[in-house]
Write a protein that binds this ligand. Structure first.
Ligand code: C2E
Ligand code: MG
Ligand code: MG
Length: 508
């Protein structure tokens, strides 16, 4: 740059100011601005240039500091909102060129407000700094870890296999943040709720991705905290679309537009029918069969889940009675129950009266509660689940592994069945980590006297791996998709005649 400047100055006989300051290799380091002036003389031999160097080191440092201040959070030193958005835009552009993806993790600390209000802001600040350091320590140098504001942090990841990677990072983060934080010889215990949104699947612009990750975080928090949630298709809907679904859901209850499908479960070794899971479907006029993931979250948010859940329980009770009356050798039916239905003890009364009304043996009903709901309010849940198990119904923990509770948390609950989430099963036998988690879950569940159901078994390799690991029961497309009640009777007949595998092709 200097050579060119001198050349321009001599050629044009004009002063030149170098556009960029130069760093001089001296000790201490020094930055100078350079202006070059021509020395005019009659003979070309005596022509030359004068270089004037002005020391701008302090100015450059001040500028860099200003830039840093504008783009970093003063408390933690992490990138702030502006820089996070900027980096996300750059990552999105780069990933579009490469054809891979970008993941946004939106992290909100659980119980931080209590510490900040109770112990005071200086302690709260220390806690936030420690969290910032822990987050950074967990991520790679090329990942962005930033503070969004308050007790919210954002992490940006890019590359292949993003869904799995984000899940892995989220799990590690929750573990890391839940480790006690010591400030001035007092230890504090925090948790984290994390929402994950992925580009290009969930959205392809920075603003929408952060909004979706934030919404997913809110859902993780509502499910009890200390957990993560992925953005789901229903979040992408505008609030007016959600409202429309909510209104249609009310209508659906009145017009009987719901139907229960049943997915069989088989003993993993002998492939003998051992149970059914009841899964709701919505026959939406003009739209068709709508899966629960598209409306259950809206029903949960609006509180309609209580009525829908009651309808499902009743329908399953009615169906069980019909099968019993037809002389079928009936197996237990598992019904999914949302966290919101567990908030009070009404559920116990409802199930008690349901069993009495249809004269159904309690052992034929199983209640599935997600892991996150089960550990949400341990004291209340211990009480509620105790009462339910007192009725004689079996209790199962659904989606185990997604909520980051340890089995230790669950051992005081009267649970007899543990369902390994399909996100782990799908990784077996190829993914080392999924295999280890599945293996450990089976061993621990057995040591606590629980039976283990593997969800989402789709191929023979997965079944064989789980069988070898002594998993008890399998449920998944390898055996059957969820099917209408009418299709179940032939399964009962087969089971009664011990006619083997019972594979069904039909289903939504
Ligand atoms: P879940 O309780 O974990 O149910 C298992 C889900 O995995 C079902 O999705 C089932 O169709 C699906 N599945 C089973 N085998 C396979 C497989 O091999 N591969 C794949 N890819 N998927 C498989 P579905 O029926 O769409 O239900 C989704 C979720 O909606 C359920 O997850 C449950 O959390 C919720 N849900 C369903 N019915 C009810 C209900 O009556 N009440 C409540 N509260 N939630 C419900
Ligand atoms: Mg379930
Ligand atoms: Mg499940």
């Amino acid at each position: 740059m200097l050579k060119e400047g001198v050349h321009d100055c001599l050629a044009q006989h004009k002063p030149v100011l170098l556009a960029e300051p130069l760093s001089l290799l001296v000790d201490p380091p020094c930055t100078v601005r350079v202006s070059i002036g021509p020395v005019l003389a009659s003979s070309p031999k005596s022509r030359g240039a004068v270089l004037v160097l002005s020391d701008v080191t302090a100015l450059v440092i001040a500028e860099a500091q200003l830039h840093h201040q504008a783009t970093h959070d003063p408390l933690t030193g992490l990138p702030n909102r502006t820089l996070i958005q900027d980096r996300l835009q750059q990552l999105l552009a780069a990933s579009q060129r490469r054809g891979d993806g970008v993941g946004v993790l939106f992290i909100d600390l659980d119980r931080f407000k209590r510490i900040n209000d109770g112990a005071g802001h200086p302690i709260g600040d220390q806690v936030l700094r420690t969290v910032g350091l822990r987050l950074q320590a967990l991520c790679r140098a090329e990942d962005t870890v930033g503070r969004w504001g308050g007790d919210e942090f954002v992490i940006l990841l890019s590359g292949d296999n993003l869904g799995e990677n984000c899940q892995l990072v989220a799990r590690k983060l929750i573990g890391e943040i839940s480790e006690l934080i010591m400030v001035e010889r007092v230890s504090y215990h925090l948790g984290a709720s994390i929402g994950i949104a992925l580009a290009p699947d969930d959205a392809s612009n920075a603003e929408d991705l952060i909004r979706l990750a934030d919404l997913a975080m809110y859902r993780a928090k509502k499910a009890g905290g200390d957990s993560f949630a992925f953005a789901s298709p229903d979040m992408n809907r505008s609030s007016s679309q959600r409202l429309e679904i909510e209104v249609s859901l009310r209508q659906a209850l009145l017009q009987c537009e719901f139907e229960v499908y049943y997915q069989p479960q088989f003993a993993i070794g002998q492939q003998q029918l051992t149970g059914l899971e009841a899964l709701i479907r919505w026959n939406r006029p003009g739209i068709g069969l709508t899966p629960p993931d598209e409306f259950i979250p809206i029903a949960e948010d609006s509180g309609l889940i209580n009525e829908i859940g009651r309808w499902v329980l009743n329908e399953v009770g009615r169906q069980l009675r019909e099968w019993l009356d037809a002389g079928c050798v009936v197996v237990p039916v598992a019904v999914n129950v949302s966290a919101r239905q567990c908030q009070d003890f009404k559920l116990v009364d409802e199930i008690r009266s349901l069993l009495a009304r249809h004269a159904i043996p309690a052992r034929l009903l199983e209640i599935e509660i997600t892991e996150t709901a089960a550990v949400q309010n341990m004291e209340h849940m211990t009480n509620l689940l105790g009462q339910l198990s007192g009725l004689g119904v079996k209790l199962a923990i659904d989606d185990f592994g997604t909520g980051y509770s340890s089995l230790g948390h669950l051992k005081c609950l009267p649970i007899s069945v543990l369902k390994i989430d399909k996100s782990f099963v799908s990784g077996t036998p190829g993914n080392h980590e999924d295999c280890s988690i599945s293996r450990a879950t089976i061993a621990l569940a057995h040591s606590l006297g629980m039976k283990v159901v593997a969800e989402g078994v789709e191929n023979e390799q997965q079944r064989a791996f789980l069988d070898a690991e002594a998993c008890d029961i399998a449920q998944g497309y390898l055996f059957s998709k969820p099917i209408q009640a009418a299709g179940i009777v032939s399964l009962f007949l087969k089971a009664a005649g011990n006619a083997g595998k019972g594979s069904i092709d039909e289903g939504p």
